[in-house]
Design a binder for this molecule. Structure first.
Ligand code: ZN
Length: 502
């Protein structure tokens, strides 16, 4: 059996390396590549993706997986080898179901749509992408049809990013969360507006970046195995478990943009850097799901980075860096300002309390488009109605409405948004467990000490990589499945110290 496992691993390692090379080409194109390099780069990335797909769907992998089936069954479920075979089989079976010709057609359509969207959004012209989006809905439905036997048509599409999660469960849990959030937001936003203008003075961009780097070093982001560069839309990428990079953007008149963006991406990166190095080159060398990944970015960005304790330690240092801007601002006022709750249009700028309504609205609209109960031509109106109803604000134009997120215009419809809210929900579940195991964690954070927390997260979550599904991980770590209770409790506790919650 050993030789078959070795052969499987060496075939999977080639696929892994091709994926990492693709990621490197993509990272370069969003950081340093000159503008005119785009056409050739697109061609090269397409080639690498095609070779990777061919290698992943090689019938030899299918034969090896068949031959290893009995061996896999003889091993404990959570052993490294059984998990490797299990996750490789999942990915192989997914890859062979979709015809290569369909994938190529989909990729081509997506690239074209993205290109049109980059002009349609600034021109505030939904009509320009409407026809393309209609085709995206058709292609997304067709993609789902390669996975017959689903309960809801979105389920196979969700399974690409949040394997095992089903529309029925997500819908129910999102409805519960929405019911908790709507009255909370109403109570908070009926109170006096908070002045956070001091966050929007000019702040030296170099100093802002330096401050963020100092924080994530203390968080435990390993710069021998990573680096940070500037880009337009920040994200985290990796070329191996020992090269996990983050990107950020900085605005001179916004103290929060670079800082919280950096803390967010560092959370994704610390997760990847914490994966067992023995998994390098295998499908286990990645996060468990987009929801679990987001739970970690949100932990380091919000649960820690926007906490009172964190700023007890870091605010004097921030003040030292920006004495003219902050000398008259108390830590209390600063803390309240960075946690200001307001009805807003843009998902990525939203505060913790209103944030989840944005992905929930998108998820509901995706379900309706895929079910065929919402036509793409009626999407802008449906979007605006939901914003008016849920968030209490109507977008003045499609640019800040239905055209704002890149996801639908650079991928399929379905599967891209639920992970954000699943992540927020899980972040509180995992964090509550960490504090239960180590009650001293909150005190340590207030003295700039994160090693107890990060060691716990590594042991409980990070080291396992993709070995467990999100649901398995939740059960192993918290003893139960997905639950909004810890998250709602967290929000109510935190915001009752900032606003009157009655
Ligand atoms: Zn994220």
């Amino acid at each position: 059996m050993n030789t078959k496992v070795t052969e499987l691993k060496s075939r999977l390692a080639e696929v892994y390396d091709l994926n990492m090379i693709g990621a490197l080409l993509n990272w370069d194109s969003s950081t340093y590549m000159p503008l005119d390099g785009a056409p050739a780069r697109g061609r090269q990335m397409g080639l690498i993706a095609r070779i990777g797909h061919e290698k992943m769907t090689d019938p030899a992998i299918g034969r090896l997986l068949d031959e290893l089936h009995a061996y896999e069954e003889s091993l404990p479920y959570d052993s490294d080898e059984a998990s490797l075979i299990r996750v490789a089989r999942r990915e192989y079976e997914r890859a062979i179901r979709v015809p290569a010709a369909f994938m190529a057609k989909l990729q081509e359509h997506i690239a074209e749509t993205f290109d049109v969207w980059t002009r349609a959004r600034p021109a505030n012209d939904f009509k320009r992408v409407q026809g393309m989006l209609e085709k995206t809905v058709d292609l997304s439905r067709q993609l789902a049809s390669y996975f017959p036997g689903y309960q809801h048509i979105i389920d196979p599409l969700i399974s690409y990013s949040d394997y095992g999660m089903k529309a029925a469960d997500i819908r129910a849990i999102f409805a519960d969360l929405r019911n908790q959030l709507l009255p909370l937001i109403k109570t908070i936003t009926s109170q006096d507006d908070m002045d956070d203008g001091f966050l929007h003075q000019p702040y030296s961009t170099e100093k802002q970046l330096a401050f963020g780097l100092d924080v994530i070093k203390l968080y435990g982001y390993d710069f021998n195995r990573g680096r940070q560069d500037l880009t337009h839309h920040p994200y985290t990428t990796k070329f191996s478990l020992s090269d996990v990079r983050i990107t950020t953007r900085v605005k001179e008149n916004d103290l929060c943009e670079a800082l919280f963006g950096t803390l967010h991406e560092s959370g994704h990166a610390i997760y990847e850097q914490g994966i067992n190095l023995a998994y390098e080159g295998t499908p286990l060398a990645s996060g468990a799901s987009s929801g679990v990944h987001e739970s970690q970015s949100r932990t380091w960005e919000n649960l820690i980075g926007r906490s009172r304790g964190f700023w007890e330690f870091f605010y004097p240092k921030l003040k030292e860096m920006f004495p003219t801007q902050l000398s008259s601002i108390s830590v209390d006022r600063y803390y309240r300002a960075i946690n200001k709750v307001q009805r807003s249009l843009i998902r990525t700028d939203a505060d913790e309390v209103t944030y989840n309504l944005h992905p929930i609205i998108r998820f509901d609209l995706e379900l309706r488009m895929l079910e065929g109960t919402l036509e793409v031509r009626d999407l802008p109106q449906a979007w605006d109605e939901r914003y008016a109803n849920d968030i209490g604000i109507t977008p003045p134009n499609d640019r800040d409405g239905v055209l704002q997120d890149v996801h639908w215009y650079s991928g399929i419809i379905g599967g891209a948004f639920q992970g954000y809210t699943l992540g927020n929900i899980m972040s509180a579940q995992f964090y509550a467990e960490a504090v239960k195991a180590h009650p001293e964690i909150n005190e340590q954070i207030a003295s700039g000490e994160f090693t107890t927390l990060s060691a716990w997260l590594k042991q409980a979550i990070y080291q396992h990589g993709a070995k467990f599904t999100a649901d398995e991980l939740l059960h192993r770590v918290t003893g139960q499945g997905l639950s909004i209770e810890p998250y709602v409790t967290y929000l109510k506790n935190k915001y009752s110290s900032i606003y009157k919650l009655g």
